[in-house]
Ligand binder design. Structure first.
Ligand SMILES: [Zn+2]
Ligand SMILES: [Zn+2]
Length: 154
């Protein structure tokens, strides 16, 4: 299982393998030390029973999708199609725009899922058993606030 820890200070992404995770990592961007309590199940890659950063057990499942990449596909499609539109080739323009949206959808469908910690947004990638459910906004609101309080941010 691979972890991506989000620095609570500067939001940098810190990837590391759960199997060899140390007891603390230092954020390379802001020097903040983040202590890790990797559970046996996480270390073994079985399932996420407790988050190594915040020790919470609540995770949700989402597609392993970089929203920036999807947006780039759409924007490129829009720009190219705007070019065709300018030259009066409307049908080609619509075709390209539709193609970009379709490509986005195909890319999205083929993606693997990952689990994300509700509180600290640590990401868990791998073939482990999924314990999380789909994203629930209410749960996220409650748990994110709790974590922010613990971090002394709110
Ligand atoms: Zn940082
Ligand atoms: Zn967490």
């Amino acid at each position: 299982m691979n972890l991506t820890i989000i620095c609570p200070e500067c939001a940098s992404r810190l990837p590391l393998a759960a199997a060899e995770a140390p007891t603390a990592v230092l954020c390379g961007a802001c020097d903040r030390a983040i202590s890790l309590a990797v559970s046996d199940k996480v270390r073994a890659g079985d399932e996420v029973d407790a988050c190594p950063v915040c020790e919470g057990g609540e995770v949700y499942i989402r597609k392993d999708f970089d929203p920036k990449l999807g947006l780039a596909v759409i924007i490129t499609g829009a720009l190219v199609s705007a070019g065709f539109y300018w030259f009066g080739m409307d049908l080609v323009a619509y075709g390209i725009l539709g193609g970009a949206a379709l490509l986005d959808l195909i890319v999205y469908r083929r993606l693997r899922d990952l689990e994300v910690c509700y509180r600290c947004h640590t990401e868990f990638r791998g073939d482990h058993k999924r314990t999380g459910d789909v994203f629930d906004l209410h749960t996220a609101d409650v748990l994110e606030l709790e974590w922010a309080r613990r971090m002394g941010k709110r």
